[in-house]
Ligand binder design. Structure first.
Ligand code: PHE
Length: 330
């Protein structure tokens, strides 16, 4: 154990002893001897000064002197305070029938609960969890994901621009690019986070929402793996009887692409909760992965939608109003 640690240990053990201190002569004497005696713990530390390199000796010497001074003051104060208590002998009257203080207890936001549960489900099948920037450049949010400049697909995502080449990310797919730029394949990542879109606000659209991105890159990854993974997740999240459907779709960065809907019993309608597909070879090229060797799938779950289904909440806006009456129900 280093000398610093030993000093720390003496200090900690002293404090622990003081915490459980009781004012009896025997105990006071014991502690006196244990810490301040000729063969006590503090003397023991002074003993060891001889093994300390010469240039550090003055410094440690000073430290130990201070320690001894401080602890003995604390010790005296403790003995004094407990002695006075018992000598005044004035027992405080406590009325046990008075109501106690109520400590307001917070709760975990339902979105956070959903994110936590999603992370657990995917961690159990070998996904790592990663994060990326919410303010990003055009390259990571669009270009490297196979959205060429002026491509109409950019319109699919109503973007908040910070300046001409900087955006509030419209999806967590930007982190796919960051991950692949920084790590060699194979990869298996889950990326929870906030995303921003300049959309008309309604019960199922808000300017801010949450996604959980998944990226799986390896040799021989197939669409069947993607489907199995999504199905597995849905059954874990919503139970074996969950009703879902895959629909063909389009995203510039996946080919083929699909969307998955879940049946919303309360509204009697399908609700889209995830976009997914096989990573487009152009995406691999833009991060320097060889698309002849590596294949992959990606997905992006809409977390707010999942939370709405799970907790039977009809309006996405409730998540963002910070109304305690709503939040304390979870
Ligand atoms: N980024 C897409 C969206 O926000 C979802 C998605 C992620 C689609 C990954 C395919 C693969 O709509």
């Amino acid at each position: 154990m280093s000398f610093d640690k030993q000093i720390e240990a003496v200090r900690n053990s002293f404090r622990a002893d003081l915490d459980s201190f009781s004012n009896e002569e025997k105990i006071i004497n014991e502690l006196q001897v244990k810490y301040f005696g000729r063969k006590g713990l503090i003397a023991g530390l002074f003993q060891q000064l001889k093994d300390i390199p010469a240039n550090q000796k003055p410094c440690y010497g000073k430290l130990l002197n201070e320690l001894r001074g401080k602890l003995s003051k604390e010790f005296e104060a403790k003995v004094k305070s407990t002695t006075e208590d018992s000598s005044t002998n004035k027992k405080e009257f406590i009325d046990y029938t008075l109501p106690g203080y109520r400590f307001p207890v917070g709760s975990t936001h339902p979105i956070q609960q959903t994110l936590d549960q999603m992370k657990e489900i995917f961690k159990a099948i070998g996904f790592n969890v990663g994060y990326g920037p919410e303010i990003d450049d055009d390259w990571h949010n669009f270009e490297a994901l196979n959205f060429p400049p002026h491509h109409p697909a950019r319109d699919m995502q109503d973007t908040f621009f910070v300046d001409q080449s900087t955006v509030l990310r419209t999806h967590t797919s930007n982190v796919q690019i960051h991950l692949m730029e920084n790590k060699p394949p194979p990869l298996r990542y889950l990326v929870p986070g906030k995303v921003y879109r300049n959309e008309a606000i309604s019960f199922k659209h808000y300017c801010l929402f949450h996604q959980v991105e998944g990226l799986y890159v390896d040799k021989n990854v197939s669409f069947a793996d993607l489907k199995g993974t999504v199905d597995y997740f849905l059954r874990k999240m919503f139970g074996e009887s969950v009703k879902s459907r895959f629909r063909p779709s389009y995203f510039p960065f996946t080919e083929p692409s699909a969307e998955v809907d879940i049946w919303n019993e309360r509204r009697q309608q399908w609700m889209e909760i995830v976009g997914c597909g096989m990573v487009d070879p152009n995406v691999f090229k833009s991060v320097g992965y060889d698309p002849e060797i590596w294949h992959g799938f990606a997905f992006g779950f809409g977390v707010d939608r999942i939370a709405m289904l799970k907790y039977k909440i009809d309006d996405i806006r409730l998540f963002y109003q910070g109304d305690v009456r709503f939040l304390e129900q979870f």
